[in-house]
Each structure stands twice: as structure tokens, then as C-alpha cells.
Design a protein around this ligand. Structure first.
Ligand code: CMC
Length: 383
């Protein structure tokens, strides 16, 4: 490798552009959406307010919020031919394959799918923000032999999602818990899927292509798929007593990663994990079943102990406590990542607004490490 090339594997420490959407202080454990601390937003703001914030310069006034919610209403419904796609799919596929396919299919029915001017990108953003919960709930119902439920445009995005999933009007408490989860998962800087969305958009291809690419990226177990992997680990372990052995087995295996722990940016506890831990605790107390929460706490205890021995700061991330929260809300474990996407469409779109408005194609380089100077010989002469 030549001396004047610096490798940043995994793009670690690389800044690809400026952004005014969010910032992370990994040493303080701070996440800011356009100047507002995530802890305060999770406590006080709805997912709609936060999305407005991410898509504009500031929080909405009451009139702006009402207008934003009104503008979403025509977009909640998903055409039946797109929902019919779910009926043609095997019941046991990963829901992210189904949702990614549906998001892509929406482009076929949008005559302006390819426009990348700001108005058109924002129109598609509204449509996808409204349709993601409808698609996610419909897939779950169709694969379990139930018919999809039409959205109720008078409910919030969080409330509507729960309603379309269960067919029952959700309680205020359940809606608020869902809202908090959506706010916490809405945006997180240049995470892998937001980066992929921006890189895809940087070719000036369409929004649907960028979002479809981001969904494929989110699905991976090192990113948004980690929440499902955490629940798989909790189920495998089964009891507080089983936690230590399971974690030690993972840590002692080659390249072993305990799912739901660690982060590229945070060296202290992820502030979203702090909030979700509290939510998980509350749900455990309310339900009288603290099994998932207790096992989660034990995982943290063992990881803290083991990481301290190695001098590493590997703390729970957003996916860790979201697993037990979603479990106690009654969601099947393979739906956790689609729920992440229902929230993250908000952040992805904010990144696409920025990218399209001041674009430069993303084209990093690789350091060639293969052979040189070989001589071609015809195929029949090769041994
Ligand atoms: N379990 C055990 N050790 C870990 C873990 C973990 N989950 N995460 C990091 N480490 C150790 C790792 O062994 C490494 O040590 P060494 O330098 O001696 O090799 C050190 O910490 C740095 O880890 P890394 O994998 O090089 O860090 P990274 O920034 O490349 O990867 C990560 C970050 C999130 C992919 C990684 O921590 C991981 O695989 N975590 C588990 C999967 C997970 O929970 N993903 C969700 C991420 S947050 C939400 C999201 O983006 O969706």
C-alpha cells in the first residue's frame, strides 16, 4: 500500500458531508435532533412533531403541526394491488423482504416516482411515512391469515399502527409507549442505512430506490436487525441463571458479538437505551412479568464485568432494551426491525432532502491489493 493512502476501514472516523439534522456526542452520551436533546423530545414530543422537526428547521407551531397531520391523511391507505403482493409471498419470509419489496413496488404506481426536485421528494416522503405502518401491520395480518385493517386517519401514526395490527383502538398508554419508541428510532446521523440512502440518492436516482436500499441495509444484524437478534438471545437463554453461560460462550467464540451491545460512536451508554430501559422497566412492572427485563439487566451486568476486564467500553445500544419493550407490547420478534423502519423513514427522508438539495456523487476508493503484471493466455492453454 502506498504511503500516502490512509485506510478507514468501515469508514470509521470519515465525515462525508455537513448536516444540520442531528448530532451525536459519543463521549457524553448525547443525541440531538436539530438542537433538541433526544431525552426531552422522547418525554414531550410526538413522532409527528419530531418528524416535522427533522424535515424542517424547527418544531412546528400548533397550526403547522395540524397542517402536517392533515397532509398525511390522504397517504395512509395502501392500494390493494400492493397489499396483494404479500398474499403471494410465503408466510415464513423475513418481513423486511416483504416490506422492502412493497416499498419498491410503490414506485410502479407513482407517475412522478423519478423526480428528485424538493417538492416531489417531500411528497414521496409524506406518502412513505404514512404508508410504512400500514404496510407493516398489513403484512403481519396477512401472514397470520387475517385481513388487513384500513387505517383510521384520525389516529396518530403510533396509534394507527397498533390499531391496524390488532383491530382494536389502542389505549393512550400503549400509543404513548409506541410514540416514544418511534421518536427514539427516528434518526441517528450517518448510520449505515442513512449513509446508504444518501449514497444511493447521490447518483440522482429516485427516492424509492434510495429507501429500498436503506431498508436492505437496516435489516442486517449489525444494524437494525440487532433488536430481533437480542430477543433470539433472550429466548435462547430463557432465565436469569442462563445469561452468564450464554454470554461467555458468545464472547469466547471467534469474533463473538453480543447483540444489542456496542456502537461505532458511543463510548458511554446510548441515551436512547437509557430511556428504553425505563420503558422496559415500567412495562415489566405493569404486566407483572419481569422476566425479559430481569434477563436484560443480567446481560448488562455480565457484559459490564467482562468488558471492564478488557478495558473496553461496550454498552447497550438502542436495540438492546427495545427488544424487551416490543416483546411486552406483544409484537412478534421478526417485526422489530420493520418497526424500526416505520420510525427511521423519518430520518432517511430528512437525509434525502439534504442530499438532493446539494448533491455530489459518493464515490470512495479502494486500495488495490490484488496481483499485477499477469500475462493473458487463451482459455485452452490454461491449466
Ligand atoms: N459484543 C462483544 N464485543 C464487542 C461488541 C459486542 N456487541 N461490540 C464491540 N465489541 C468489542 C469488539 O470485540 C472490539 O474489540 P477489539 O478492538 O479488541 O477487536 C471493540 O469492541 C470494537 O468493536 P468493533 O466491532 O470493531 O466496533 P464497530 O464500531 O466496528 O462495530 C457494532 C459497531 C455496533 C457493529 C458492534 O458493536 C456490534 O457488532 N454490535 C452488536 C450488534 C448490534 O447491537 N448492532 C446495533 C448497533 S446500534 C443500532 C443500529 O445501528 O441499528
Amino acid at each position: 500500500m502506498s504511503d500516502d493512502v490512509t485506510l478507514y476501514r468501515g469508514l470509521d472516523g470519515v465525515h462525508i458531508d455537513t448536516s444540520s439534522i442531528s448530532s451525536i456526542d459519543g463521549l457524553k452520551g448525547e443525541l440531538i435532533y436539530r438542537g433538541y436533546d433526544i431525552t426531552e423530545l422522547a418525554d414531550k414530543a410526538s413522532f409527528e412533531e419530531v418528524t416535522y422537526l427533522l424535515w424542517n428547521d424547527d418544531l412546528p407551531t400548533a397550526a403547522e403541526l395540524a397542517a402536517f397531520k392533515e397532509s398525511l391523511k390522504p397517504h395512509f391507505e395502501v392500494r390493494s394491488d400492493v397489499l396483494d403482493l404479500f398474499r403471494t409471498m410465503p408466510d415464513d419470509i423475513h418481513p423486511m423482504h416483504a416490506l422492502r419489496t412493497a416499498a419498491s413496488a410503490l414506485a410502479a404506481f407513482d407517475a412522478q416516482a423519478d423526480g428528485v426536485g424538493d417538492d416531489n421528494v417531500r411528497r414521496i416522503g409524506l406518502s412513505l411515512l404514512a404508508k410504512f405502518p400500514t404496510l407493516t401491520a398489513a403484512f403481519e395480518r396477512i401472514r397470520t391469515g387475517k385481513g388487513p385493517i384500513s387505517p383510521d386517519p384520525d389516529l396518530s401514526i403510533a396509534g394507527n399502527f397498533l390499531y391496524m395490527l390488532t383491530g382494536e383502538k389502542p389505549t393512550e398508554a400503549a400509543t404513548r409507549t409506541m410514540d416514544v419508541a418511534l421518536v427514539l428510532h427516528a434518526e441517528h446521523g450517518s448510520n449505515a442505512s442513512a449513509f446508504v440512502a444518501r449514497a444511493t440518492a447521490s447518483t440522482l436516482t429516485d427516492v424509492y430506490s434510495a429507501i429500498t436500499a436503506a431498508m436492505g441495509c437496516l435489516k442486517g444484524p449489525l444494524h437494525g436487525g440487532a433488536n430481533t437478534a437480542v430477543m433470539e438471545a433472550l429466548e435462547r437463554v430463557g432465565s436469569v441463571e442462563g445469561v452468564e453461560e450464554d454470554i461467555m460462550n458468545t464472547l469466547n467464540s471467534k469474533g463473538g458479538r453480543v447483540m444489542g451491545f456496542g456502537h461505532r460512536v458511543y463510548r458511554v451508554l446510548d441515551p436512547r437505551a437509557v430511556i428504553l430501559k425505563e420503558v422496559s422497566h415500567t412495562l415489566a412492572e405493569e404486566s407483572g412479568d419481569s422476566k425479559w427485563f430481569d434477563m436484560s439487566l443480567e446481560m448488562v451486568r455480565i457484559m459490564d464485568r467482562e468488558m471492564a476486564k478488557k478495558g473496553k467500553e461496550v454498552k447497550p445500544n438502542v436495540d438492546f432494551f427495545s427488544a424487551s419493550v416490543y416483546r411486552m407490547l406483544g409484537f412478534p420478534k421478526d417485526m422489530y426491525t420493520p418497526i424500526f423502519a416505520v420510525a427511521r423513514i423519518s430520518g432517511w427522508m430528512a437525509h434525502l432532502f439534504e442530499q438532493y438539495s446539494d448533491n455530489r456523487i459518493m464515490r470512495p476508493r479502494l486500495v488495490y491489493s490484488g496481483p499485477t503484471g499477469k500475462t493473458f493466455s487463451p482459455v485452452e492453454e490454461r491449466s
